[in-house]
Ligand binder design. Structure first.
Ligand code: ADP
Ligand code: MG
Ligand code: MG
Length: 200
């Protein structure tokens, strides 16, 4: 049944911003090992802007919340993750259209389209050691429950450790990217964790 309304989505993104604030140091630390040490700061800036614009404009539907948030991430985050997360939210929001509320299955389908748009934009696939390695299993598990999605994203992030990066800055390191957890997969697990938290 359709119970996830605009307020639910605003609470999700606020919880995501809180999680990013809490874990920014860790995200930047992970990015300093295989990137340029800005992932935590990038997402802090982006999600702070998202919560600010949502408070100001109070979009009335789930789709409008996600489209506005996605646009904000694209315009405030300089790194690769801004356009990618922005595309994720914007595309997911477009899929939800102007329905006043949606159910979990509908959200799972829309997020699936959002994740596919991320894959298309970044040219990455499963196993390339990117955010997709948390997002793809999370979307698949969301058909079951919010908790299953959170657990799948967390496991997907952990599973990036032995992988060699094939996309993004970390790929410049070649085999030296092996043995480190991907920062973007880690932040994706935070975002899905925040979703499960507000749904509980
Ligand atoms: P930048 O690499 O520009 O500094 P961030 O540090 O904010 O950007 O984000 C890095 C994260 O973005 C990576 O850990 C990875 O998960 C994700 N990423 C980078 N390139 C791609 C891509 N082509 N497809 C999917 N995700 C990517
Ligand atoms: Mg970086
Ligand atoms: Mg950067």
């Amino acid at each position: 049944d359709a119970e996830l309304d605009a307020l639910f989505f605003r609470r999700w993104l606020t919880a995501a911003a809180d999680a990013v604030d809490r874990e920014a140091g860790r995200l930047t630390e992970l990015d300093s090992a295989i990137g340029d040490a800005d992932h935590g700061v990038n997402l802090q800036r982006g999600f702070a802007a998202v919560t600010a614009v949502l408070e100001k404009e109070e979009p009335a539907t789930p789709g409008a919340v996600l489209v506005l948030a996605g646009r904000q991430l694209i315009s405030t985050v300089g790194g690769a993750s801004g356009p990618l997360y922005g595309t994720l939210l914007r595309r997911t929001g477009k899929e939800l259209g102007d329905e006043p509320a949606v159910g979990r299955q509908r959200l799972a389908e829309a997020l699936g389209a959002g994740v596919a748009a991320v894959a298309q934009l970044g040219g990455a696939k499963a196993g390339d050691k990117t955010m997709l390695d948390a997002l793809l299993p999370a979307v698949a598990a969301l058909a079951e429950s919010f908790g299953a999605a959170r657990d799948a994203a967390g496991q997907g992030a952990l599973d990036t450790v032995p992988l060699q990066a094939r996309k993004g800055r970390a790929s410049y390191l070649g085999e030296r990217s092996i043995g480190h957890q991907d920062p973007g997969a880690t932040s994706s697990a935070l975002l899905i964790g925040a979703l499960a938290e507000v749904a509980a």
